[in-house]
Design a protein around this ligand. Structure first.
Ligand code: LER
Ligand code: MN
Length: 275
């Protein structure tokens, strides 16, 4: 059985595939429904009151498997591959601040949108080089603190830099660090991977975190992804981390969270019964 979490962002977040509710209310609902964790999507980790956060996490018995950082690209344009030196520096130092928070919470740090999109005035090779150097700096900082960095292949409509599992494995070799793991997101995989299950198996040993969403990015169970088959592949690949729902909320938070859990638990029951 996999542990489950959901991505929760501040209500002001300009990204739709997340829960946007006041944190404490969101944690209460996740706890009541039976989630084990919460993935936190945060803009500025240095402005967070760690003591307060730890106490509310403890109150609801929730872990934080991962910290989602992409709002820093969406709201501020911080990007590891930007042609603008200031934006690249801001991305690296912000990711290091996330590593500090990750160390305190026992959470991994996600690099998704913060690798950036290919911007005007820079070649793909040059942007890729910036991304690799930025990741090296962040990963060596993370390695020294025992924190994992979760790099997420994103579909081609969100970035031109690293869309597939193959490309992410190649990137990992180029960065040359043991702190870098892959974050597999079923929504992106459904667009980019020829056969999702085969790509999961290929990533064996390197899977650090998993985002679940159905084909339409609604809750698992609301589209046409076969979660039994996906979870079976994750089990076969030896993955033991979280399934974290990063979904567009429809019709409302509580129902979407319930549908997520029901779908994943049903799939798990079938897999673990047959193994
Ligand atoms: C972030 O985890 C993600 O999946 C991206 O789609 C953000 O745009
Ligand atoms: Mn994702």
């Amino acid at each position: 059985m996999f542990k489950k979490s959901m991505v929760v962002a501040p209500p002001s977040a300009e990204f739709e595939a997340v829960v946007r509710e006041p944190l404490e209310e969101a944690l209460k609902v996740l706890h009541e429904l039976g989630f084990e964790g919460v993935e936190l999507s945060i803009l500025d980790p240095t402005r967070l009151n760690l003591k307060e956060l730890e106490s509310v996490l403890e109150e609801y018995g929730l872990e934080v498997p991962a910290l989602s950082t992409g709002l820093n690209y969406i709201h501020y344009g911080f990007s590891l591959s930007s042609p603008n030196l200031e934006k690249r520096r801001a991305a690296v130092s912000r990711l290091k601040e996330f590593v500090d928070l990750g160390e305190a919470l026992g959470a991994g740090v996600i690099v998704g949108l913060m690798r950036g999109r290919l911007e005007e005035g820079i070649s793909k090779d040059k942007a890729y080089g910036h991304m690799v150097r930025g990741l090296r700096e962040v990963c060596s900082y993370a390695e020294n603190r025992g924190v994992k960095v979760f790099f997420e292949p994103l579909n081609r409509y969100e970035t031109q830099l690293v869309n597939t599992v193959d490309e992410a494995i190649e990137l990992r070799k180029k960065v040359g660090t043991s702190a870098l793991y892959l974050l597999l997101d079923t929504f992106h995989m459904n667009i980019e991977e020829p056969i999702i299950e085969d790509s999961i198996i290929k990533a064996r040993g390197l899977i650090g975190h998993v985002h679940v969403a159905d084909s339409n990015r609604y809750a698992p169970g609301m589209g046409h992804i076969d979660f039994k088959s996906i979870l079976d592949a994750l089990r076969e690949a030896g993955y033991q981390g979280y399934l974290s729902a990063e979904i567009v909320i429809k019709p409302d938070f509580r129902s979407a969270a319930k549908t997520t859990l029901e779908t994943l638990k049903k799939a798990e029951k079938e897999i673990f019964k047959s193994s």
